[in-house]
Design a protein around this ligand. Structure first.
Ligand code: FES
Ligand code: FES
Length: 133
């Protein structure tokens, strides 16, 4: 089996799909390798990510990794969300085929872009901490 059960589960039943109209931060990134795009919306209250939603024009692995990534950061403090790596997301999904690893980068970058946008709206310079593409 190419994909783990968890990947199949998050692909067929993705969590947190959609948008947040009054989001506190929005991040959109594109994958240079395949051209797929991802948009991430976050809601922040007292430094905690109270809500996270995503929309993607991307492949199944991008859907599954984004779904898992939103689950991993929802309800967590910003500092913790910033620590989330694509590697951790892939591990939480019990792995991805090597050729699909680049897909997991999209979720991490979209989260960082959304947090970056959040900081900017607060008048804070996000700095190089949060890399965007
Ligand atoms: Fe076609 Fe991702 S590039 S499915
Ligand atoms: Fe483009 Fe997966 S093939 S994100």
């Amino acid at each position: 089996m190419l994909y783990s059960e968890k990947v199949m589960d998050h692909f067929t039943n993705p969590r947190n799909v959609g948008e947040i109209p009054d989001a506190d931060g929005v991040g959109e990134v594109g994958n240079a390798k395949c051209g797929d795009i991802m948009k991430m919306y976050i809601k922040v209250q007292n430094g905690v990510l109270t809500d996270v939603k995503f929309k993607t024009f991307g492949c199944g692995a991008a859907v599954a990794t984004s779904s898992m990534a939103t689950e991993l950061i929802k309800g967590k403090p910003i500092e913790e969300a910033l620590q989330l790596t694509n590697k951790a997301v892939v591990e939480a999904l019990d792995g991805l085929p090597a050729v699909k690893l680049h897909c997991s980068v999209l979720a991490e970058q979209a989260i960082k872009a959304a947090l970056s946008d959040y900081y900017r709206r607060q008048g804070i310079d996000p700095g190089p901490l949060v890399g965007e593409v």
